[in-house]
Ligand binder design. Sequence first.
Ligand code: GRG
Length: 294
Amino acid sequence: MEFSAWMSAIQNRCETTLDRLLPGASIAPQRLHGAMRYAALGAGKRVRPLLCHAAGGICGAEPSRLDMVAAAVELIHVYSLVHDDLPCMDDDVLRRGKPTCHVEFDEATALLVGDALQSLAFQVLAEQDLADPGVRLAMVTELARAAGSRGMAGGQAIDLAAVGQALTLEELEFMHIHKTGALIRAAILLGAKCGEPLGAAALTRLDHFAKIAGLLFQVVDDILDADASTATLGKTAGKDAAQNKPTYVSLLGLVRARDKATELRQAAHQALEPFGERARRLSELTDFIVDRHF
Ligand code: GRG
């Protein structure tokens, strides 16, 4: 199957799975459920679910299992976007081409949307018949670590504290490895947990790839923020510079940030080489992450 057809198929599966997992908008409390569905459904590139499925492909994981795990990761991602857009954080009005959740609803509802999406993510991993209980527990632990204070939430705290500060490249990478990288890494490792267990060496290689992929995603995100339009991105462009946030572009300039993306792309492909044809989708996704326009 062509990459674009595979990607659309996984994006559709993700939409259907989320639609099924999210409570209906007519179920009380209707406003909260309506807002959860508003935030989670209908848009988004679904990069994390795609990575989860692609990693599962390496170890022969069943697609129906991957759907649930991918949805859990996406629920955490959507929660982070809803909270990130709040006035007390990034204060943004546009997300995924439509008004942000607190603009469409209200701040208190958006806060609860994030809380409830996060809880639902862990409920999905714990409740669904995905794997034996030991593996399920390992999945819950992996996702909790990735989302928590030593992962995404910690990265967000560093990000908020960094506004207007001069960071070194190492400090910037530390922030991004946590804020963006941790969940991308979890998506890949959780996908791999859905299939036949990988040997220690293969797991280390996949983890190495996952870390590079997280950083690569962020370097490209910084380039797009500086170089693409709001209409193309579906979110406010140029925010990093407007908010005086340190980014790869502010530290390196656009040309060297692009060189950094090229370096990371090569390193990612190299990390996948030993997996051969089994890593085809991960390899194609690496190129998609770099070549995307939004
Ligand atoms: C609020 C705890 C908490 C964390 C927020 C992820 C995050 C941390 C904030 C989002 C802000 C941001 C622009 C981060 C940079 C990279 C990123 C996560 C971009 C958005 O992800 P995409 O491009 O979005 O995958 P879609 O809409 O396609 O899912």
